[in-house]
Every structure is written in structure tokens, then in C-alpha cells.
Write a protein that binds this ligand. Structure first.
Ligand code: 5GP
Length: 143
């Protein structure tokens, strides 16, 4: 297995070298909007520890990621009222992984609305800022 490459974009975001539309953070995890969202509210949940994929995740980080995913998903549900929610994790290039720091996708699904492409089109920054605000607000309301 390849060693973790700490120059990947999410490692830079976690180090604060690149900005992100952060919606949630705790000791072990960080959640932000996907900047090429497949639907409104598409969010990524990352462990802070350097894991490239599922096989590298230590048990505490694995636990923390799923707990943060549930917490953030509840806030997205409150903020966007999607009809359903898809959790996705691309493990390895052949599976579609493009950023080699583990992350869980939370993809809200809306009836009669097909998903936009994976890692395809950058969303408008004002829209992302507004959506991040809505999720942060919902997290505050449910905290
Ligand atoms: P993967 O294919 O590795 O599961 O997905 C990587 C995801 O990260 C894609 O959905 C892509 O849109 C998103 N992404 C790529 N670069 C950035 C970035 O700089 N910031 C954020 N927030 N998301 C990114």
C-alpha cells in the first residue's frame, strides 16, 4: 500500500493552508461542503488523522467519522429537507477516489432531481457560503 501523501488537498485544508466551507469540527473530525456538489448540501466528513482510505482508518477515527456523519446529516436534513440521503465513500482510484485522504460523502437526494456529476462543476462561492451557513445554523439549533 502507498504511504499517505500529506500534500493532498484535504491535508492542506486540515492544516489551514487552503480555505474551506467548514460546517462542523471537533477533536477528531472536520466537515465541509463539497465545492463541486452533486446536490445542494453535499458535504464531506473527514478524520483529522492521516488515513488514505478505509483500511488505514484507526478505530477511534472510524467511530468519530460515523458519529460526525450522523450529526451533520441530521443538520442537513433540518436545513434542506431532502427526500433522502446517500452516504458514499470512494475507496481507491478504480472506485472513483480522487482525493487520497479518507472522506465520507453525505449527498442529499431530492425527488425527480438527478445527481450532478462527481467532481465536475465548481459551485458559486456565494451559494456555497449560504448553504454552509444553513447547515451551521441547523447544527447550532440541534446542539
Ligand atoms: P473522491 O472522489 O475522492 O471521493 O471525492 C473527492 C471530492 O472532493 C469530490 O467530490 C470533489 O468535488 C471534492 N473536492 C475536490 N477538491 C476539493 C476542494 O478543494 N475542496 C472541497 N471542499 N472539495 C473538493
Amino acid at each position: 500500500m502507498m504511504a499517505y501523501d500529506d500534500t493532498n488537498i484535504f491535508a492542506k485544508i486540515l492544516r489551514g493552508e487552503i480555505p474551506a466551507y467548514r460546517v462542523y469540527e471537533d477533536d477528531r473530525t472536520f466537515a465541509m461542503l463539497d465545492i463541486m456538489p452533486q446536490s445542494d448540501g453535499h458535504t464531506l466528513v473527514l478524520p483529522k488523522s492521516p488515513a488514505e482510505n478505509l483500511f488505514d482508518l484507526d478505530p477511534d477515527s472510524a467511530t468519530a467519522v460515523i458519529l460526525s456523519t450522523q450529526r451533520v446529516a441530521r443538520a442537513i436534513q433540518a436545513a434542506f429537507s431532502p427526500d433522502g440521503m446517500l452516504l458514499q465513500q470512494f475507496n481507491g482510484t478504480a472506485a472513483g477516489q480522487t482525493v487520497f485522504h479518507f472522506h465520507m460523502h453525505i449527498v442529499p437526494r431530492y425527488e425527480n432531481q438527478p445527481l450532478r456529476g462527481h467532481s465536475r462543476n465548481m459551485a458559486d462561492s456565494e451559494l456555497l457560503e449560504r448553504h454552509a451557513d444553513k447547515i451551521r445554523q441547523a447544527l447550532n439549533d440541534t446542539a
